[in-house]
Design a protein. Structure first.
Length: 96
């Protein structure tokens, strides 16, 4: 058994950013599908157009926002992990 006593803050932040971007892409695709279906329900043409444009832009915007948020949260969590692990011990893992 090995103990993880310290993690590199930037590497954890980059991994969290990648996870966030992937989740943002999935969310953006879902929002696009929802707004496209709402637009087809017979709403007024200007409202449907705006809803569909927002849905299409969400495929681009959501991964960026989720990626940035994931990076910040990952950096904070890694920083806090290093402080807490130095006081109470790190996560114990088994390596082969």
């Amino acid at each position: 058994m090995k103990e993880v006593r310290k993690v590199d803050v930037m590497s954890v932040a980059k991994i969290h950013a990648a996870f966030g971007a992937i989740l943002g892409l999935i969310t953006g695709i879902a929002m696009t599908a929802i707004t496209a279906s709402v637009g087809m329900l017979g709403m007024a043409v200007p409202v449907a157009g705006v809803a569909m444009m927002f849905g299409a832009l969400s495929i681009i915007i959501m991964p960026i926002l989720y990626g940035i948020g994931g990076f910040v949260v990952g950096a904070i969590c890694a920083f806090l992990y290093n402080i807490i692990a130095s006081k109470v011990g790190g996560i114990v893992i088994e390596l082969k």
